[in-house]
Design a protein around this ligand. Structure first.
Ligand code: NAP
Length: 270
């Protein structure tokens, strides 16, 4: 008997942690299904999606670099993704073979902050790439106040403020931090092989939260500095697991098992 499957597609793809996360949940819930990884080069993307669309066992896929833009043209219903986050990370196959596309990064980012009241709060965001788009989309929805974007390329960051209808300013990466309630690193700085983010965190108030999207390494220099100052922190695995949880529900119609996040985090950091 055939069994349902999903996968993550990208080029390269070997580094993806998605098969570990979804595989852990499938096993924990005893679901007869699989989550694979598929190395898909850009020139093969269109035919790959066409083949998969014809396979009734395929529930859909997660999408990673460099396909997050191109897949928007290959699904039947991209929702409002193009005019908002501008990148798609999840495709879901309907029973009739039609494909719906969405992005679970923004909700995955926001999940650890959901209990906070960010209405009118001043925030700072480092970076203006794909992850920053999901972050700014979520923060705009949460009704934040003044947004300071710190980025190497100022024009790109200014465009994002306008895209998401946010009030704020764009400053260079070596500018002193403003006294914000939430500082988010959505840049590649701090990732293994990249320079660390070296901020003086003293302007932040005592109840500020520092959120780093980087998950390799998990304990970045930024988070270490925040902890040394006694600030609350959120690391990149929270978002990684959060965005995967939403995709899992769309693929398999079940929520991930409750109370297993510590085991999953141990697996992902082993
Ligand atoms: P991206 O689209 O390539 O954007 C990278 C950003 O980092 C850009 O703003 C870029 O600045 C900046 N940057 C890169 N190298 C830099 C350098 N040497 N000096 C100064 N700025 C630099 O990448 P992305 O997809 O947004 O991903 C960014 C980070 O978020 C990565 O670490 C990724 O792993 C992480 N992420 C985590 C999750 C999660 O679930 N936890 C999800 C998505 C992404 P310019 O604008 O000037 O080019």
């Amino acid at each position: 008997m055939s069994k349902p499957y999903t996968e993550v597609i990208g080029d390269p793809i070997a580094h993806s942690k998605s098969p570990l996360i979804h595989g852990f949940w499938l096993e924990a819930l005893g679901i007869e299904g699989a989550y694979r990884r598929a190395h898909v080069k850009p020139e093969n993307l269109e035919s790959f999606i066409a083949d998969r669309r014809a396979d009734p066992d395929w529930r859909g896929c997660n999408v990673t670099i460099p396909h997050k833009l191109a897949v928007m043209d290959l699904v039947d219903d991209p929702g409002d993704i193009r005019g908002t986050i501008g990148a798609m990370n999840t495709i879901v196959r309907q029973k009739d073979g039609s494909l719906i596309g969405t992005n679970t990064d923004a909700a995955g980012f926001y999940a650890p902050l959901a209990e906070l009241d960010l209405e009118g709060a001043a925030v700072a965001v480092v970076g203006a790439g794909g992850a920053a788009r999901a972050v700014l989309f979520a923060l705009a929805r949460a009704g934040v106040g003044h947004v300071t974007i710190l980025n190497r390329s100022p024009l790109k960051a200014m465009g994002l403020l306008a895209t998401f209808g946010l009030k704020g300013d764009v400053v260079a990466l070596d500018t002193a931090l403003p006294p914000v309630s939430l500082l988010v690193n959505s840049s590649s700085l701090g990732m293994a092989g990249q320079p660390p983010l070296d901020f003086d965190l003293s302007p932040l108030p005592e109840d500020a939260i520092v959120y780093d999207l980087v998950y390799a390494p998990l304990q970045t220099a930024l988070l270490k500095a925040a902890e040394a100052r006694g600030l609350d922190t959120v690391d990149g695995l929270d978002m990684l697991i959060g965005q995967a949880a939403l995709a899992f529900e769309l693929f398999f119609g079940r929520s991930p098992p409750e109370g297993r996040d510590d085991d999953l985090r141990a697996l992902l950091t082993a």
